[in-house]
Design a protein around this ligand. Structure first.
Ligand SMILES: [Zn+2]
Length: 516
């Protein structure tokens, strides 16, 4: 059966979207999960874009073994050299180098003639091949490029040593028929096209990203690029879980395989949503909360008689139904640590101890602990980093009565290690907390968005708070999960502030090193 490579760019194109700010520990956690998910290639970042990206790509390249790890580079020597430093430890070092080929990009962005663009692309691929055994070349804005020019430049970069050619619809403008036809045209007109893999990269501006990717596959693409939950610039990228499940469910029609471990879909989707703070729309195909809910009476009746009447995909297929947990407040450390291992977590003894303490606290308050709860708990421990001084939340007290103005008092330890306390009022409890935090935290903070959702079911379910704010003009998303939503809200606020502190710290640390 023909195999389609799945190229995941959640950590590069996905991470590029507004407000997402993952730290290295979180990126590593997502990369490990993408490896379990079975991505053929993981694009871990853009090493030359920032020291933080460099560090994350390097750690991922060294940690991930089953998937190929790649990084993005502009067609310039310094980017290629920086990427090599980040990726040289990978099992199969792979580079993704790109250059724009559409008239509008060449004229206004690059300010180069088509001849110059061909020369720069060829030089970049040749230079990259000095270091990397595998080089993928992307024609940025390929869909809006002149076809004859595309043929010419692709011929030359193949001759220069590229082994994958990516044809992105960077601005999400193509229709499925047109995008498919472009692949067919290139298959028929580029010399040596059979020696390389063709790749599709689609954006969802018109809602066509997944359909366009499938059209490309039907017309000769060997690889599709996309992200988990379809996150990404503007309307996002093609959702990889949708492509993988579509090709699986309609194997009878497409006759293709992807190598994706479908049972890991739900967990991968949840992890990406939790760590990026990007909520999944309830009716989203495959991973939305309602994707398997049958509401209408007629549907329910049919479904109960035979699931196949209205269900083409089972929740079990994507790992949606998990084993009942035999863990409760009387469970011992041993059973708890076994469960962490069976769920695929690799926690140090210290982190496992801390997770166990949190688990006992939760078990005291919550009747039934689900695997979702444990997943949140273990993930939270796994992504803790203690190397940058940040704000540490200590306590929040809220006074609320229907007739009175709510007030909040928050105590925290600031990055200098001092305990600080402040009190403020607001028109509601949450606003009172945020007003208090604005006094506590240094810098100018504006709240852009705030949400609370429940994780799991029932009145004692965990609440997840997501705060999207700007501090001194930098946008940041913070999140926290707790049984009490007010505490979670305060902690999510600190989380967003701390992310910016960590980001600043990693940048200054490396730039000082460079000066030395
Ligand atoms: Zn893109």
């Amino acid at each position: 059966m023909r195999k389609i490579d799945i190229f995941d760019t959640t950590l590069r194109d996905g991470e590029q979207s507004a407000g997402i700010n993952l730290n290295t520990a979180e990126k590593l956690e997502i990369a490990r999960q993408l490896e379990k998910f079975g991505a053929t290639i993981i694009e871990a970042g853009f090493p030359a874009s920032s020291p933080g990206d460099f560090e994350a790509v390097q750690k991922i390249a060294n940690a991930v073994k089953k998937s190929t790890v790649t990084g993005l580079a502009r067609a310039m020597k310094s980017d290629i050299e920086t990427s090599w430093e980040a990726l040289r430890g990978a099992e199969q070092p792979h580079l993704h180098v790109f250059l724009a080929t559409s008239p509008i990009h060449m004229e206004y962005k690059l300010q180069k003639t088509p001849d110059q663009v061909v020369e720069i692309a060829v030089e970049a691929v040749k230079y990259a091949r000095k270091f990397f055994p595998q080089v993928q070349w992307s024609a940025e804005d390929a869909f809006r490029s002149d076809r004859e020019f595309l043929v010419r430049i692709i011929n030359q970069v193949i001759a220069a040593g590229a082994s994958v050619i990516n044809i992105p619809d960077t601005v999400g403008y193509a229709t499925p028929q047109e995008y498919g036809a472009l692949f067919k045209f290139l298959k028929e007109n580029v010399t040596g096209i059979d020696k390389v893999k063709l790749s599709a990269h689609c954006h969802d501006d018109l809602g066509f990203a997944v359909a366009n990717s499938i059209a490309a596959i039907e017309n000769g693409a060997d690889q599709v690029e996309g992200t988990i939950n379809g996150i990404g610039e503007r309307a996002g990228n093609a959702a990889l879980e949708e492509i993988a499940v579509a090709l699986h469910i309609r194997k009878d029609y497409y006759g293709l395989e992807t190598g994706i471990n479908l049972h890991e879909i739900k967990r991968t989707s949840q992890l990406v949503s939790q760590l990026t703070g990007v909520v999944i729309q309830p009716n989203k195909a495959i991973v939305g909360k309602n994707a398997f809910a049958h509401e209408s009476g007629i549907h329910q009746d049919g479904y109960l008689k035979n699931r196949g009447t209205y269900e083409i995909i089972t929740p079990e297929l994507i790992g949606g139904k998990t084993e009942p947990l035999a863990l409760g407040k009387h469970s011992g450390r041993h059973a708890f640590s076994d469960r962490a291992i069976s769920m695929g977590f690799d926690l140090s003894a210290d982190k496992l101890n801390e997770a166990f303490v949190e688990f006992k606290k939760l078990a005291d308050r919550k009747k039934e602990i689900t695997e979702d709860d444990l997943f949140v708990l273990f993930t939270d421990q796994q992504i803790q980093t203690n190397d940058v001084p940040v704000y540490k939340f200590t306590d929040v007290q809220v006074q609320y009565a229907t007739a009175n103005v709510p007030s909040a008092t928050v105590t925290a330890v600031n990055p200098d290690g001092k305990t600080v306390t402040a009190t403020a009022t607001g028109s509601g409890s949450v606003e009172a907390i945020f007003n208090t935090l604005e006094i506590l935290v240094e810098g100018e903070v504006h709240i852009l968005d705030y949400r609370v959702t429940s994780i799991g079911k029932g009145r004692d379910a965990l609440g997840e708070a997501v705060v999207n704010l700007s501090i001194n003009g930098e946008v940041s998303i913070g999140r926290d999960v707790a049984q009490d939503v007010l505490g979670a809200s305060a902690k999510a606020y600190f989380n967003a502030i701390n992310r910016q502190l960590v980001k600043k710290h990693s940048q200054t640390k490396v730039s000082t090193a460079q000066r030395v």
